[in-house]
Every structure is written in C-alpha cells, then in structure tokens.
Design a protein around this ligand. Structure first.
Ligand code: IFM
Length: 398
C-alpha cells in the first residue's frame, strides 16, 4: 500500500439534507422563513428527491460511490405533535434498504437545520421540552430504520444553527441575542444526549455522532494580540466547546470542513486573507490543510472520524476536481499522522437549495435542471468516482 492509497473499506460518498433536496417540505420552519423573504429563492420542489431517490441512489452506485449521507425530515415524520406518519417512516426505511441493495452505506442524519412548524410555533429549540421531543422523534425513527443503519448523526452543525439562527438572526428563528444563543447551544447538547439514549434503546448497533462544522480560524495579523486572542476564543467556542460536551455520548465524530477564516478581533472575522486568495463562489477561502488540522486535532478524542461534509460551490467544474483531490490528500496526510478517518462525504451529491442563498451556489457532483428535474453527471463526479473505485489518489500535486 502506498501513501496515496486509502483503506479498502474507506467510505467514499456524497451528502444531502432533506429540506435542501426533497421538495415540498411545507410543514417546517424554513418553508415559512423563505416566504418571509429569508432566502433568495423559495425551496419549492427542490430536486424532487422525495420522489426521485431511487434514481439518485442509482447515480451514486453508477459513480462507484459507497456511501450516502442524507437526513430524515422531522416535519414529515411527526407532522403533528405526537402523531407519527407511518408513510414517512416507511419512506426513509425504503431509502436505507435501497441504499443497502445498491451497495451504498447509508449515513443518516436525524436533524439538519429544519424544525416542524408545530415545534417552531412554540419556541423551537428553546421550548422547555424540545430535547425530550427530539429524543422521542429520534426513537421512532431509529425503530423504523432498525437493523439497517450503522452510521448515524443526531444533529448537523449545531453551532452553525446557533450562530445563524440565534446570534446573527439570518436563519430561523431570526434572533440576535447572545443570551438566547448560549441557551440554544446548551439545549442542543441536551438534544444530543437525550437522542443518544433514545436511539441506543431502539437500536443498540447504530454508531452515533454529530456532524460538527469546523472552521480553521487564524489571526488575520498574527502580530496583533487582539487577533490572536480572538482566534483562540472563536476556536474554543465554535470548534471545541460542543465536542467537549458530547464526546462521552459519541461513538465517532463527524467533521464538516469548508474554509479558513481570519480573525480580526474578539468575535470578528474576514473570510479571506487577501483579495488574491483562492475562494469559492460562497466567498470562502480554499485551504485544504485546514481539513488536515481539524482531523489531527479531533483525533485526540480517540474516536473514529468521518468527514461528513466537504465541498465547493463553483462555476468551473475543474475547480471541483482539484478541490476534491487536494482535500482527499489532506485526509490521507491526517490518517498517516494517526487520525482514524473512516470516510469522506462530498457536499453535495446534487445542486440544491443553499438556505439563505437559494439555488445560485452549485455544490453538486450532479447538476440538476430544476424545470425538468434532469440530472447531469459532472466530470468532477466521474473523477471522484474513479478515486473511489480505485481507492487511490492519482493526481499530481505541485
Ligand atoms: O448546504 C450546507 C449544509 O446544509 C450544511 N453544511 C454546509 C453546506 C454548505 O453551506
């Protein structure tokens, strides 16, 4: 085995989330938020994945990808408080069964940003009993999927939810309150702990983790004490704090990594070090070494790791292939340094609804023409599929 080879059971896959691809998810807080002007677009039919998932799973298989990370939509499973939809639970069971039949390992997320309308109306995450309600929902889902899922994530990017929804107010529930943000963060720790217990009880074999967004914070000007202090503070609060709280109730850690951010003060950042720095269509700086740093750093918890998201929004698809190559190299380097990384999920399988930015950013391995819902496999997808099939990174790096 050379230093460019991945282990034979390494999970090369792609990720999506329910609201971003399913379409018609009209019973959740984001649907209402979009109608209040909270996004550039309405999610509408999205990629119609709720009906087209069989074809989309077939695409993964044809590409040679061995895993699919997707989320279960709470608003569909429990459309009314305490009433669980058998049809929705059967739908998600069918998804995992179809993944298995296609030789694609399902990686299931229980919560990916959206809340059922009934819960958001009575306080959402901050409602006194939200953790118990989340745990009950997770228990029902785990029962329905029992025996078919090995890797599961309770919550996607809890600290992004806190930042965008409770501190910056640009996502639902639109609060701009440090106090409420701290309450929401603590509450989401409880969500994970209680969900962990409920899922364990329903299916003791599921491996459980969270998908933790990691930002590679650096001082914009290392000679300035306030930039260095701000970097330490943001790293501690954003990257570390949540993981410290939930490590005891985790079987593995999921890392979502996209970018480096440069710190210019206690809670201030700029996305790029200079106007010339390479960036994505989201304006995020491209720094593959940040993924290596993240993985080597969380390896200290002694748990298996999954890269649960990493990807680029771009208009030139060649950039996507280069991005994947360079980030997979960072994964290999982290593994060679001792990190127990079990897989890499590219974000995203499909061009999809990018929250407040709507449909403009194109993250997909597969382009989706939304009028016709036709799928076009990009060259970068074939490139990534070839890496997955060979288990080897063959790019030349300068
Ligand atoms: O689209 C999002 C996803 O829902 C969560 N992680 C980051 C992605 C790109 O912004």
């Amino acid at each position: 085995m050379s230093e460019r080879d991945f282990p034979t059971d390494f999970l090369f896959g792609a990720a999506t989330s329910a609201h971003q691809v399913e379409g018609g998810n009209d019973n959740c807080d984001w649907w209402a938020w979009e109608r209040e002007g909270g996004s550039q677009d309405l999610s509408g039919d999205a990629c119609d994945h709720y009906r087209r998932y069989t074809g989309d799973i077939a695409l993964l298989r044809e590409l040679g990808l061995g895993s699919y990370r997707f989320s279960v939509e709470w608003a569909r499973v429990e459309p009314v408080e305490g009433k669980f939809s058998t049809a929705a639970l059967e739908h998600y069971r069918d998804m995992v069964v179809q993944c298995r039949a296609a030789g694609v390992e399902p990686i299931v997320t229980f919560h990916h940003f959206t809340l059922p309308t009934w819960l958001s109306r009575r306080g959402g995450v901050l409602a006194r009993d939200s953790a118990g309600l989340f745990a009950r929902y997770c228990g029902e889902v785990a029962k329905a999927l029992s025996g078919e899922v090995r890797w599961a994530l309770t919550i996607n990017e809890p600290m992004i939810l806190v930042l965008m929804g409770y501190l910056q107010g640009v996502w639902p529930p639109g609060l701009k309150s440090p106090r409420q943000a701290m309450r929401a963060a603590r509450r989401l720790v409880l969500w994970h702990r209680m969900a962990h217990a409920a899922i364990r009880a329903a299916d003791p074999a599921m491996l459980l983790g969270v998908a933790k967004h990691w930002i590679d914070f650096r001082p914009f000007d290392p000679s300035q004490a306030s930039h260095r202090l701000g970097t330490r503070l943001q790293h501690g609060l954003f990257n570390r704090w949540y993981l410290e709280q939930v490590k005891g109730e985790s079987d593995f850690i999921g890392i979502n990594y996209y970018a480096r951010q440069y710190t210019t003060g206690l809670l201030r950042q700029v996305p790029l070090a200079s106007p010339q720095a390479p960036k994505t269509e989201m304006g995020w700086s491209i720094v593959p070494e940040g993924l290596r740093t993240a993985l080597e750093s969380v390896a200290g918890y002694g748990l298996p790791l999954l890269v649960t998201e990493n990807g680029i929004a771009c208009t030139d698809d060649r950039e996507r292939s280069r991005y994947i190559d360079r980030h997979l190299l960072a994964v290999l380097q982290a593994m060679q340094a001792g990190a127990d990384v079990r897989g890499y999920q590219y974000w995203s399988l499909l061009d999809n609804f990018e929250w407040a930015e709507g449909y403009r950013p194109k993250f997909g391995l597969v382009a989706v023409e939304r009028e016709s819902q036709s799928r076009t496999v990009r060259e970068s997808a074939k490139h990534y599929g070839d890496i997955a099939k060979s288990g080897r990174l063959s790019a030349d790096f300068d």
